[in-house]
Design a protein around this ligand. Structure first.
Ligand code: NAD
Length: 334
């Protein structure tokens, strides 16, 4: 089977070259895959693609691969794949669920503690020899209320850690699985000191956090988003932080996050995105300059251990695709 691996980083290349089965014909590309990626005709007969979350597999790009049978996502989310197209063309889509539930949940608390304990300010104030105990006064988690939006695989880990810190936990989810303190979204926003977004991006969750929902939050509240940028209306968040409607925010994901990639040339769709995302980017740039926010580049999943789990699971998915009818796991779409 001919598989094209996109968005490949050096450590992934070493790992895959060592472990990939002999019956696979792999081709590795450092660029992401989207409709603007140049695909030489000699690769267009590939039967499989493997991409990371930053690639955009819409119908335009997928239709270039006439023999495509499998997509091996090296991530959990699949909002970057046109599943309708895949269904119509009998393309099996695999993902790597649960590779990093604790990984991402730990990051939620890394962000909360960094903001709440003013760690970055403490470091720079010491470097500048102007530390001031009043300016550096932080807050505690013990006894505070954590509101979790989406008690799925990651959200449940967030809840466990929150309990470990001695926090009260409120949960809003469209499903009520598990013995949690489920409340309405309004109640969660009104009562929480920390709101952690852990739901997927769907039509229902697009801009779930907007001007109106933010207005229900405590003025002292912290908003943490490690899910998908589009769940939060960037402009509304900027206004809320500027005018102190909430205290602080930490975002590992932002709207149009492809524009923030460190190597501009890697963003092959930069021109398109610039046009679509210009207004959002204007506010993201403004947000980044505020003191009461931390923005990181979609990094919550990024540990050595989690990356190894992703690669191992991708290899398992590839192996199980040879026998698709015998109870294959991790299929987003059968
Ligand atoms: P999951 O599917 O296990 O859980 C999602 C939960 O959200 C489910 O309980 C679901 O019922 C709930 N939900 C769905 N729609 C909702 C709505 N409208 N309102 C409230 N709750 C809703 O997913 P997961 O593995 O916990 O991952 C959650 C998200 O985290 C992913 O979709 C992905 O976007 C994001 N993620 C980010 C990173 C990162 O590095 N920042 C890494 C992995 C995943």
């Amino acid at each position: 089977m001919k598989i094209l691996f996109y968005d490949i980083r050096d450590f992934e290349l070493d790992f895959l070259l060592e472990k990939i089965p002999n019956n696979i014909e792999p081709y590795f590309f450092k660029t992401l895959l989207d409709k603007n990626t140049y695909i030489d005709t000699k690769y267009q007969d590939a039967e499989a693609l493997s991409v990371f979350v930053s690639s955009q597999l819409d119908s335009e790009i997928l239709s270039k691969f006439k023999k495509l049978k499998y997509i091996f996502l090296r991530c959990v989310g699949f909002s970057n794949v046109d599943l309708n197209y895949c269904k119509e063309h009998s393309i099996h889509v695999f993902n790597t669920p649960n590779y990093g539930n604790s990984t991402v949940a730990e990051y939620v608390f890394a962000l909360i503690l960094t903001l709440g304990k003013k760690i970055i300010k403490a470091k720079t104030s010491l470097q500048n020899a102007d530390s001031d105990a009043v300016e550096l006064m932080g807050i505690e988690l013990l006894g505070k209320t954590m509101g979790v939006i989406g008690a799925g695989a990651i959200g449940r880990k967030v809840i466990n850690i929150a309990h470990g810190f001695g926090m009260n936990v409120l949960v809003y989810d469209i499903q009520k699985k598990g013995a949690y303190n489920f409340v309405s979204l309004d109640e969660l926003l009104e009562k929480s000191d920390f709101v952690s977004i852990n739901c997927p991006l769907t039509e229902q969750t697009y801009h779930l956090i907007n001007k109106e929902t933010i207005s229900k939050m405590k003025k002292t509240a912290f908003l943490i988003n490690v899910a998908r940028g589009e769940v939060v209306d960037t402009k509304a968040l900027y206004m809320a932080l500027m005018y102190k409607k909430i205290q602080a925010a930490a975002l590992d994901v932002v709207e149009c996050e492809q524009l923030l990639c460190s190597n501009w040339n890697k963003c092959s769709n930069t021109q398109d995105l610039k046009y679509i995302c210009l207004k959002k980017y204007f506010f993201i740039e403004k947000l980044m300059r505020l003191e009461n926010i931390i923005i990181t580049p979609h990094n919550a999943y990024n540990t050595k251990e989690a990356n190894e789990r992703i690669l191992n699971m991708t290899l398992e998915n590839i192996n199980s695709s040879f026998d698709i009818n015998s109870g294959t796991k991790n299929l987003v779409l059968i």
